[in-house]
Design a protein around this ligand. Structure first.
Ligand code: FAD
Length: 440
C-alpha cells in the first residue's frame, strides 16, 4: 500500500510490480492527479510548456493497465501499525474506510509553508505545489497586471521569470539579504539577482511582509515594513515542510531535520512501514549527516528503492551530494556538494577558487561568460563542492563534480579527468579543469 501518488509513490508502485509481478499494489492519493512533474509547473505558467496535462508521465488508466490499483480522492487519515491497517477518507462518498496492508509506503511529500500574513481568504493569493495550485494561478492571471512573488528560492525565481514572460510587472520579495538563499554563496547569489534585475524583475531583499491588503475579497497589495507594493496576484514561495502527520501518528521516528528517518532500505523505525521522497531525510555523502533536501531525482530514487524492498528485494539508497540547478532567464545556476558558506558553518577547513571564463572556446561564435567556484578541503585535498552561474546549459557541467563527490574524489582527481573538448563546447582546458588546477 502506497500513500501519495506522485514521484516517490508512483516509482515505488511500478518497481514493486516489476520486482514481484504477483504483488498487489494499491496507491491512495488524496488529489485527482498522479505521476506528474511538479517541476514543470512554472514552465506551464510561463508558456514554455503547452498545458498541465503535458506534465503527466502516466495516467491512472496506464497505471491500472500495469496492474497498480489507483484510488484518487482518497486521503489516508490514520495508521494503526499494530493492526496493520489504515483509515481512509473517501472524498466522493464522505465514507471512512479501514484498509489492511502488508507493507506500507509513506510518500506524502512536503507542504508549502503558509505564513500567518498569508492566512487570508483574499483571492489572488497562491502557493505553488501541485497541479491544482498551478490551475488556480492560471485562472488568476487573466486580467492581472502586477505580481508580487514572496520568497526568492528557486521556485520564487522560476515564478518571477514565468510571470514576466506573461507580461506582468513583477516584484520579487525576499526576507534574507540576497536571492537563492541556501543554494549559493553570496557573490553567486548576486549574479542571479543581477540577471533578474536585467530582465525587469524588481528585486527587494531584506524585506519582510507585514500583511496583505485587499478590496472586495481580492488581493490588492503586499504591505511591507518599507511600504506598500500593489499586486493583483501574490505567489507565496517561502519554503516547505515535510508532511509527517501520518508518520508521527503511527509512532514513526522523525529525524533532526524534521523529516521521516529511514535506513538505507527506506525502512522507518516501525516494522512494515517505509518512507520515500520529499517527506523523508537521507544521508549526505560529503558531510555524512542526515539531511532533508526535497528534490525530484532523490524522491524518484528513494521510491524505487522502497518499491524493490517492499516487494521482497534488497536495494539501498546511496545518499545525495546536494546537487541542484535552476534557470533564471538566460542564465543557469547550479551547485553540488558544499558551498564555502556551508563548509564554514560545518567548521571544515575549506578554501574556494573562482574562475570566470567562457562556456566554450572564446574564438567560436556565441561564447558567453561562465563563473565557477570550486571548493576543497585544505590539507586533505578533498573535493567539497562547486557552484556555477552561466548561460543556459553550460552550468550542467556541475554533474561532473557531483559524480566525483559520490566517490569522495580529490581536487586532483577532477584536474586529471579526461573531459570532452571541441571549440563549440568548451575551452581545451574546461573551466572546471582550470578551477581544479588553481585549487590543487
Ligand atoms: P509530492 O510530489 O509532494 O507528492 C506527494 C503526494 O502525496 C501528493 O500528491 C499529495 O496529495 C499526496 N498525499 C499527501 N498526504 C496524503 C494522504 N494523507 N493521503 C493520500 N495522499 C496524500 N525538484 C527538482 O529536483 N528540480 C526542479 O526543478 C524542481 N522544480 C520544482 C518546481 C515546483 C514549482 C515544485 C512545487 C517542485 C519542484 N521540485 C523540483 C520538487 C519536486 O517536484 C519534488 O521533489 C517531487 O515532486 C517530490 O515527489 P514526492 O512523491 O516525494 O512528493
Amino acid at each position: 500500500m502506497i500513500v501519495g501518488g506522485v514521484a516517490a509513490g508512483m516509482t515505488a508502485a511500478s518497481r514493486a510490480r516489476r520486482q514481484d509481478p504477483d504483488a498487489q499494489v494499491v496507491v491512495f492519493e488524496r488529489g485527482e492527479w498522479i505521476s506528474y512533474g511538479a517541476c514543470g509547473l512554472p514552465y506551464v505558467l510561463g508558456g514554455a510548456v503547452k498545458d498541465f496535462d503535458a506534465l503527466v508521465a502516466r495516467t491512472p488508466a496506464q497505471m491500472r493497465a500495469r496492474g497498480v490499483g489507483i484510488r484518487l480522492g482518497h486521503e489516508v487519515t490514520g495508521i494503526d501499525a499494530t493492526a496493520a491497517t489504515v483509515t481512509v477518507h473517501e472524498r466522493a462518498s464522505g465514507r471512512t474506510l479501514t484498509e489492511p496492508y502488508d507493507r506500507l509506503l509513506l510518500a506524502t511529500g512536503v507542504a508549502a509553508l503558509r505564513p500567518d500574513w498569508a492566512q487570508s481568504d483574499l483571492s489572488g493569493v497562491h502557493l505553488l505545489r501541485e497541479i491544482p495550485d498551478g490551475q488556480a494561478i492560471e485562472a488568476t492571471l487573466k486580467g492581472a497586471r502586477r505580481a508580487c512573488v514572496v520568497g526568492a528560492g528557486y521556485i520564487g525565481i522560476e515564478m518571477a521569470e514565468a510571470l514576466r514572460a506573461r507580461g506582468l510587472s513583477v516584484v520579487l520579495m525576499e526576507k534574507a539579504p540576497e536571492v537563492a538563499g541556501r543554494m549559493l554563496d553570496p557573490d553567486y547569489q548576486r549574479l542571479v539577482r543581477a540577471e533578474l534585475e536585467r530582465r525587469g524583475v524588481d528585486v527587494r531583499c531584506n524585506t519582510d511582509v507585514v500583511r496583505l491588503t485587499g478590496r472586495d475579497g481580492r488581493v490588492t497589495g503586499v504591505q511591507t515594513e518599507h511600504g506598500l507594493v500593489r499586486a493583483d496576484v501574490v505567489i507565496v514561495a517561502v519554503g516547505v515542510r515535510p508532511r509527517t502527520e501520518l508518520a508521527g501518528g503511527a509512532g514513526v521516528r522523525l529525524g533532526k531535520s524534521g523529516a521521516v528517518a529511514v535506513n538505507a532500505r527506506q525502512e522507518t523505525s516501525v516494522p512494515g512501514i517505509f518512507s520515500a521522497g520529499d517527506n523523508t531525510e537521507c544521508i549526505h555523502r560529503v558531510t555524512r549527516r542526515k539531511v532533508h533536501i526535497p528534490l525530484a531525482l532523490s524522491a524518484n530514487r528513494m521510491g524505487r528503492i522502497a518499491g524493490v524492498n517492499m516487494a521482497g528485494g534488497d536495494a539501498r539508497f546511496p545518499g545525495v551530494v546536494g546537487t541542484g540547478i535552476f534557470k533564471v532567464f538566460e542564465l543557469g545556476a547550479a551547485r553540488t556538494g558544499l558551498t564555502q558558506t556551508d563548509a564554514d558553518s560545518l567548521g571544515l577547513d575549506a578554501v574556494s577558487v573562482d574562475v570566470k571564463s567562457t562556456d566554450h572556446a572564446g574564438y567560436y561564435r556565441g561564447a558567453q561568460p561562465i563563473h565557477v567556484r570550486l571548493t576543497g578541503e585544505r590539507g586533505s585535498g578533498r573535493l567539497l563542492g562547486a557552484q556555477l552561474v552561466g548561460c543556459g546549459d553550460s552550468v550542467k557541467r556541475v554533474d561532473v563534480v557531483a559524480a566525483l563527490l559520490h566517490r569522495r574524489a580529490s581536487v586532483l582527481d577532477l584536474f586529471e579527468a579526461d573531459l570532452a573538448y571541441a571549440p563549440p563546447f568548451s575551452g581545451v582546458w574546461d573551466v572546471l579543469l582550470v578551477a581544479a588546477d588553481r585549487l590543487s
